[in-house]
Design a protein around this ligand. Structure first.
Ligand code: LLP
Length: 386
């Protein structure tokens, strides 16, 4: 056994697979609960998109969080895992009628609405069911985040949300509709954010918009600031639990919450990122003209983040204590972007060695594909090996 990986028990398992350390997950969940309890009116919804593994969902649900969903499938997964429907929020720029119907039928807490046409469709679908849908408007706050361009969402150029200039007008429309109840505002500026200053900028924007609402005598119960807290990809062991204290206290300090309001968060990556490792085996070590390659049996099909966002994941040889050598670590998929890392220092790699790609709990298994007719990866929890 190397580090905290029971690799002797990995023998005989089909690779690649996801390995989730439930001890890390439990510590992360405890840290969230502990920090949230300091503030009376904070509520966390787990962003299911980060990882919808049913066994993880069940552990997360037991911690008392609600769920943040972006599709009908995610609403079904949340309900199946036992998340109370009254703690489910539903966002997304393109909600289909059947998804809206499903959400209405199950009495979810709130739709985070991204456009006027969507608002009108929700009103019509709610009328058909004889219900009233609670809606919040997702406002594009035009706040940049210091993160990868593909995962910033709160800039004016992004497809998400309603323009700030249009806010009062869209609220007026929402209030005209008979089958919707306007309850608040929703925001999300991006993901993998480590600079608390970005969240401060969001708080300042929310404060401005709240002042505008008050100027029109509009009271809302619900403010949702989305997710986005990042994790330490470089040091998964040194910082296996993200700094939730700074995160929540930033909002407590900078966002002027009214006494009748609840502040909602939608955390994904920071909940599950560090507990997951993609475990692969080395198929071949190949000497190229200038470099040597470690060719794994896992590829971009199991973890697409390096190929899609040039994301860094720490890579470790779990089987070897030999001297360090430098490798390009690549997968078997027929794409040149199927590379997990270039010039990576690893304990000398031999065929059959287990390689761990760390911090892969968020947007790993959830984004796996079957490209090249590959099978979706299996997943194990640490407790399966006790
Ligand atoms: N709320 C909304 C409205 C979102 O769009 C997202 C993520 C979250 C919450 C959760 O954000 P988190 O706490 O996980 O940062 N696949 C990309 C990340 C995409 C994030 C999409 N939205 C990646 O692998 O980095």
């Amino acid at each position: 056994m190397k580090g905290s990986f029971p690799i002797d028990k990995f023998e005989g398992l089909r690779t690649p697979f996801y390995y989730y350390d439930t001890y890390i997950l439990a510590r992360t969940l405890q840290a969230i609960v502990r920090e949230v309890e300091r503030y009376e009116r904070f509520q966390v919804h787990y962003a299911i998109k980060a990882n919808a593994n049913p066994r993880l969902l069940s552990l997360i649900r037991q911690s008392g969080m609600g769920a943040d969903c972006v599709s009908g499938g995610e609403i079904e997964a949340a309900l199946k895992a036992g998340f109370p429907s009254g703690r489910i929020v539903y966002a997304g720029v393109g909600k289909a009628d059947w998804e809206i119907d499903l959400a209405l039928r199950n009495g979810i807490y709130c739709f985070n609405v991204e456009s006027v046409p969507e608002l009108e469709v929700i009103d019509q679908r709610a009328a058909l069911q004889g219900r009233r849908a609670k809606v919040a408007l997702r406002i594009n706050p035009d706040v940049g985040a210091h993160t990868h361009a593909n995962i910033t969402t709160g800039l004016a150029e992004n497809k998400f949300g309603i323009r700030m200039e249009d806010m009062e007008q869209v609220i007026a429309r929402a209030r005209e509709l008979e089958h919707t109840e306007f309850i608040g505002l929703h925001f999300h500026i991006g993901s993998q954010i480590l600079d608390m200053g970005d969240f401060v900028a969001l708080c300042n924007r929310v404060n401005e918009l709240q002042d505008r609402l008050e100027a029109c005598q509009i009271r809302v119960e619900y403010i949702n600031v989305g997710g986005g807290l990042g994790i330490d990809y470089a040091h998964p062991d040194r910082q296996s639990v993200p700094d939730f204290r700074s995160y929540f206290s930033t909002y407590a300090t900078h966002l002027r919450l009214r006494p009748y309001q609840t502040l909602h968060f939608e955390l994904g990556r920071s909940v599950v990122g560090q507990c997951g490792t993609l475990v692969a085996r080395t198929l071949y070590v190949k000497q190229g003209a200038k470099k040597q390659f470690a060719i794994l049996d896992a590829g971009m099909t199991e973890l697409v983040r390096p190929a899609l966002y040039q994301a860094y994941h720490k890579i470790e040889n779990l089987s070897s204590e030999l001297g360090m050598q430098t490798y390009d670590v690549v997968g078997p998929v027929c794409e040149s972007s199927d590379v997990f890392g270039k010039a990576v220092d690893l304990n000398e790699v031999r065929r059959g060695d287990f390689i761990g790609i760390r911090s892969a709990g968020a947007y790993g298994e959830a984004m796996a594909s079957q490209y090249n007719c590959r099978a979706l990866p299996q997943a194990y929890l640490s407790e399966d090996f006790l």
